[in-house]
Design a protein around this ligand. Structure first.
Ligand SMILES: [Zn+2]
Length: 448
């Protein structure tokens, strides 16, 4: 599949438009307010192409001028700029205006934790924790932009077919926008406990009599006929929002790019978005060199790692299985874009076992940081690459944690109360009701 090489619209393209939606496959262009979920000509994914930010006279901003503008917005509160997503409005949706539907979100920290650095063997490791977003995952960054698009196009409702972090985020932003949120899932196949957050935020959860494929067909048909805006993982505006993870971490590092950005990889939406963000940041002169993107898959769900090891000659599909449910995906939707991201940044793809994920998670959790299992894949991946000599102990590395520790309480109970084989498992201690017993616990804790 051919992917357009253009980074920004040139002067003679799409006159009068600030952004267009362009098909990855055939190059067909749609107005930025068109609600089509995919290319109407060939069915390929749509991508957003912007005009590069310019000053009041239409002269393109230099990297230095753009950095200054973004810095000035760090403390801005009006027009959504207090958001770590909408600060980058000119790079994600320049014409959003009053339609912005923001929690706000983003502004997630870059954490420096010695225990995690020691575990990974890399003193320069920082953790970009996306679990600090309002619904507890990185999905909020894409959802604020996708929901804004729904609002400004007058959608009757927003919808997705998902059981996890996506549906929780959609539910929250639909509530914020005051439009109905619809979540389609197969009846009888989904544990409603996983959807508790979605139900709490008030989205309509539709238990469809049929399998997951029938769910997807229904949500697509309904979106076409009923004016419902689809906020699935390939939505081009969600990709724009997810780019801000990279913009924000680069800004936090004062635009001095790290050597590596390491992230968990399932559907490859973030790998693709990170590639687009780095391409644009580099083209604009915000950064002068590209970090290497490292995508880390779970060993039981690693079609992209397999493809990488073969030079991406074949697109693989697998039967996915892993404890890290957020990256349990056998047929990633954003494969071609992710290949481009890895190639353009001289990146790497690897896989880590569920045991390695748990081992890393226990360390991240016990550092007082905490993350959901999929997130820990990035830290496990850094450790593996340090041991392989690819990442040096002195390299500057940012590992992305995608979700909050409370996203998967079942795994926590399993690790700390049920399994016998996890180092660092933290069992509750039953004691006699005496001060001596408490003193013994304290002294044991100090010596261990
Ligand atoms: Zn097309």
């Amino acid at each position: 599949m051919a992917i357009s090489d253009a980074v920004f619209l040139s002067a003679h393209e799409a006159p009068g438009a600030q952004s267009v939606q362009r098909c990855d496959g055939c190059g067909h262009e749609l107005d930025e307010r068109d609600a089509a979920p995919a290319c109407p000509v060939c069915g390929s994914l749509l991508a957003i192409v912007h005009r590069a930010p310019a000053d009041a006279n239409g002269v393109a901003l230099t990297g230095a001028a753009l950095r200054e503008r973004l810095h000035a917005r760090c403390c801005g509160m009006r027009g959504g700029h207090g958001s770590g997503v909408w600060r980058y409005e000119s790079l994600i949706m320049p014409t959003a205006g009053d339609a912005i539907t923001s929690h706000p979100e983003g502004n997630t920290p870059l954490l420096n934790r010695a225990r995690v650095q020691q575990f990974a063997g890399c003193d320069g490791l920082l953790l970009k924790h996306e679990g600090y977003n309002p619904t507890g995952s990185f999905k909020d960054r894409g959802m604020t932009v996708g929901t804004t698009q729904a609002v400004r196009t007058g959608a009757s409702a927003v919808a997705c077919a998902s059981t996890g972090n996506t549906s929780a985020s959609l539910a929250s932003y639909a509530a914020q926008a005051g439009i109905p949120g619809l979540v389609f899932v197969p009846a009888g196949k989904v544990a409603l406990g996983k959807m508790a957050q979605t139900l709490a935020y008030g989205a309509r959860t539709l238990l469809v009599r049929g399998d997951f494929d029938e769910c997807l067909r229904l949500v697509q048909a309904a979106s076409k006929e009923l004016g419902i805006y689809l906020l699935n993982s390939i939505n081009p505006w969600r990709v724009e929002g997810q780019k801000t993870i990279v913009f924000e971490l680069l800004q936090q590092l004062e635009w001095d790019a790290p050597d590596f950005i390491v992230l968990p990889a399932g559907n490859l939406g973030n790998t693709a978005a990170f590639g687009k963000a780095l391409r644009e940041a580099h083209a604009l002169g915000l950064i002068t060199r590209l970090p290497r993107i490292v995508s880390v898959q779970a060993a039981g769900s690693a079609p992209f790692a397999k493809g990488f090891s073969e030079g991406f000659t074949t697109r693989h599909r697998v039967q996915a299985e892993t404890i890290a449910t957020a990256i349990r995906i056998g047929d990633p939707a954003s494969w071609d874009r992710a290949v481009r991201a890895i190639r353009e940044t001289n990146g790497l793809v690897l896989s880590v076992t569920d045991d390695e994920i748990i081992e890393a998670k226990v360390v991240v959790d016990a550092a007082g940081v905490g993350c959901e299992p999929a997130s820990a894949a990035s830290v496990a991946g850094v450790r593996q690459l340090v041991r392989a000599g690819v990442i040096r102990g002195s390299d500057r590395v940012v590992a992305i944690l995608t979700g909050h520790v409370l996203k998967d309480p079942g795994t926590l109970v399993n690790i700390h109360q049920e399994r016998d084989d996890v180092a660092g498992a933290n069992r509750p201690i039953e004691i006699d009701a005496t001060v001596d017993a408490v003193a013994r616990v304290i002294s044991n804790s100090r010596s261990s």
